[in-house]
Design a binder for this molecule. Structure first.
Ligand code: 5GP
Ligand code: MG
Length: 459
């Protein structure tokens, strides 16, 4: 995953705007973050491991002067939690320095790496760096280099890039990862992974950046380029709708909240159950839980309180905490659960490690029955395009039947949303989405492509 943003705002402090935009995108990645800013002559940057608020302070932000900025917040993938992988990547080229921020995963990294001259040294060994280095090694104006990149690179890449005096944003021809364009009323532009970041900085959503589109913003204004890319089947990631995007973002004219609410309504129709109350696993399943409750005519209450400050902790609980199954993240509301038949709505089951703990937490709190309802179909296949679920081994639904999963979770019943209902809830057509993790068919992945999870998967 990852969150990216780019700002071009004459007369304004672009790094500060990028900081607050990234703050709104923090859910897309908590491992590292960075901002690069340009003032037409100099490019400066700061990046480090950790959360935005811990990385940047007033002094650091004040040092990042200029009206152009790009920012990145990075999603954790195993084995790659090191600062060389933090972005934006800073590159020297014959065209001057540029800063490069990428969300997504390439599926032909090896082929692209082979296209680099042997003298190129890669610091981060990530697919993002291969993309950036291909731009460095190419010739001609930057826009032409990006056009050639769009023809060569397969997979998912929403990229924001700034030179000393221009901002570029481009999206892979399939449009796997989101990227939107916003405008400030007093002039200036912002690009961000999700529309929720625009409101945060006082910009208004203009439109999605289209699959295969390059947007260039400079002193002479904004320009869109869609010249080189042949029409591809659009393939926006379904997991953005299921889990990843914030509920107050909109994708293709549909608020994520409303899509998830509709998923919950459909789930109640497909898997009705006699129960007393409906709860959701916070935060991502709350809209679906409320939709389920409305459709089922059952009260929606809070059953689990989430500690919102946990984030990614690198301190592991001691053995006693672990063996008691203590959830660091959730506490049950005993008064709301005791003696009740509880429907618990969650958005997905991926590995099947946290779900059994949630079910037992509810039982320990006195729930009489626990009926698990999942507002997505079973996740049957790995993702090669940027979501951290990379192998069949780790996916519970790829290895167990639904009844076996129910037993594993300890729930009294289990129901998953159907694929058709999920698609209907998004308001999109089936052939406009990437449904790879649900169906095994990946629009932007060459047939037979089965990359293994690598130590360094980027963004
Ligand atoms: P599981 O039972 O598969 O271990 O966990 C299911 C839970 O993981 C659900 O609550 C779902 O919201 C959450 N989840 C799904 N995808 C991700 C992800 O990429 N990162 C994190 N931290 N949680 C996820
Ligand atoms: Mg969750």
């Amino acid at each position: 995953m990852c969150g990216v943003t780019g700002v071009y705002a004459p007369g304004r402090d672009a790094a500060r705007l990028a900081f607050f935009a990234l703050y709104a995108l923090q859910h897309r990645g908590q491992e590292s973050a960075g901002i690069a800013a340009a003032d037409a002559t100099t490019l400066r940057w700061h990046k480090a491991m950790g959360l935005l608020g811990a990385i940047f302070d007033e002094e650091i932000l004040s040092g990042l002067s200029g009206h152009i900025a790009v920012g990145h917040t990075r999603y954790s993938t195993s084995g790659s939690s090191i600062v060389v992988n933090a972005q934006p990547l800073l590159e020297r080229s014959d065209l001057g320095d540029f800063a490069f921020a990428h969300n997504g995963n390439l599926t032909n990294t090896e082929e692209m790496r082979a296209a680099l001259s042997p003298t190129v040294t890669l610091d981060a060994e990530s697919d993002s760096e291969v993309l950036a280095k291909l731009l460095v090694e190419d010739q001609g104006p930057l826009i032409e280099r990006i056009r050639r990149l769009l023809v060569r690179a397969r997979g998912a890449y929403s990229v924001v890039l700034c030179t000393q005096d221009e901002l570029y944003a481009f999206r892979d021809p399939w449009g796997v990862r989101p990227l939107g364009l916003g405008a400030f009323d007093d002039g200036g532009w912002i690009v961000a992974s999700e529309s929720c970041a625009l409101g945060t900085v006082g910009a208004r959503f203009v439109r999605e950046i289209e699959p295969g589109e390059i947007v260039r913003i400079g002193a002479d204004g904004i320009e869109s380029d869609r010249a080189v890319v042949e029409e591809k089947r659009p393939a926006l990631c379904m997991f953005e709708y299921i889990y990843f995007a914030r509920p107050d973002s909109e994708l293709n004219g549909r608020a994520i909240y409303m899509a998830r609410y509709a998923m919950g309504e459909a789930l109640a129709r497909e898997h009705p159950v006699e129960a007393d109350v409906v709860i959701a696993v916070p935060d991502s399943a709350v809209p679906a839980g409320i939709g389920f409750s409305a459709e089922a005519g059952l009260p929606y209450i809070e059953g689990l309180i989430k500690n919102r400050y946990i984030g990614r902790t690198f301190i592991s609980p001691d053995q006693q905490m672990r063996s008691r199954g203590v959830q660091l993240k959730f506490n049950p509301l005993i008064e709301n659960l005791r003696g009740r038949r509880v429907v618990v709505v969650d958005d997905s089951i991926v590995r099947g490690t946290t779900t059994p703990r949630i079910v037992s937490l509810l039982r320990e709190a006195g729930a009489k029955e626990v009926h698990l309802r999942i507002s997505s179909p079973p996740i049957l296949h790995p993702c090669y395009l940027g979501v951290d679920m990379a192998t069949y081994d780790e996916l519970i639904a790829a290895n167990l039947t639904i009844e076996e999963i129910r037993k594993h979770t300890g729930a009294d019943s289990l129901g998953y949303l159907s694929l058709d209902a999920l698609i209907a809830a998004t308001g999109r057509r089936r052939d406009e989405m990437c449904l790879g993790c649900l169906t095994g068919s990946y629009p932007s992945v060459p047939a037979g492509h089965r990359p293994r999870k690598t130590a360094v998967s980027t963004s």
